[in-house]
Design a protein around this ligand. Sequence first.
Ligand code: PMT
Length: 360
Amino acid sequence: MSTTETGTFFSAEEYFATQPPPADLEHDIQGVRDFIARQAKAGRNVVLVTSGGTTVPLELNVVRFLDNFSAGTRGATSAEYFLQAGYAVIFMHRQFSLQPFSRHYSHSTNPFLDFLEIEPSRDGTTSPPEICVAHEKRADLLQVLTAYKSVHAAGTLHTITFVTVDDYLWLLRAISKELAVIGRKALYYLAAAVSDFFLPRQKMSIHKIQSGKGSLHIEMDQVPKILKPMVDEWTPDGFIVSFKLETDGDLLIPKARVALERYGHQVVIGNDLHRRKFEVVFVSRKPLPPLPPGVKVEATPTPAADYDPENPPPDTFVETWLRIPIPPPSVPHTTNQIKEIEEDIVAELVRRHTQWMEKA
Ligand code: PMT
């Protein structure tokens, strides 16, 4: 652990040595292990989708916490498209955030009760009235229900929940190590919004922080960047996709490049907070030109002396924008007929992941 004028930095190892695992970790991971074994036997690729925001509790008996922005739309929607593409999905999401299939009937945007109608009893008096699905909602519902039932029957979706950033990091590490067993067939789609700062257990108040003493000052420590050990140690063969969320669009590409350079994973998908439903950018490293026949690389080349990983040369990277038309405000967001950008994101990732597996 290092302390500087600006705060305390935990390495990933120190973090896991000092912050306790979630109570059900062993049980949850056994479920994941069994799921992966079944999918491996069936020869399927498996994607881990993380979704929703993590919290940082301020008290041990938690009354207050800091939350990270994410409804879980990106993760839940993408999970459906991965399932459609034949992947098995481990859907690791924030408790009560959106989930594949049920997301279509969120209580705020498309309340389920609005789908139902009461039909008076046929014989007029004795039997109770019947419940049926409103006629205009049937086509959409049938489509979602059919996909949902077929995924259930195939057993290709496994769901697991987190609440705090501690839960998230412990689960991510354990699941990555399990998924490492299938090597390049594993894809990681890290769409969750993960807290950058946390309050270590050792500094937390046991009971509810009392008011009445003026303003509240809390000093938080930085959460270790877990992409580095993930790439280097937990799952070295996996195809790892992280997301970068910014509110200043000009920062998207530079920050994505730095993340790729620093962590060495495969793709960063940049999204601007306000345009994320209609526009994203894929940032990745340019493929190296093929070596002449018979030439072998003996060791990783040493970077040039003036090389600065915080400011990598732009010609190392390639950017691909995906855009869909913005639907007019008159079109309700509740119909399945609206194009979702996740469909294109997943199609592009499936293409890249397939190439990655073939190269092996
Ligand atoms: O769910 P929606 O409402 O649809 O919103 C979707 C989204 C905007 C939240 C999603 O598309 C998105 O951008 N998610 C990532 C947001 C985020 O937390 O970015 P970040 O800059 O904190 O993290 C960048 C990457 O680093 C993430 O992939 C994360 O997994 C990883 N990370 C983060 C923290 C940490 N300690 N270690 C990490 O490795």
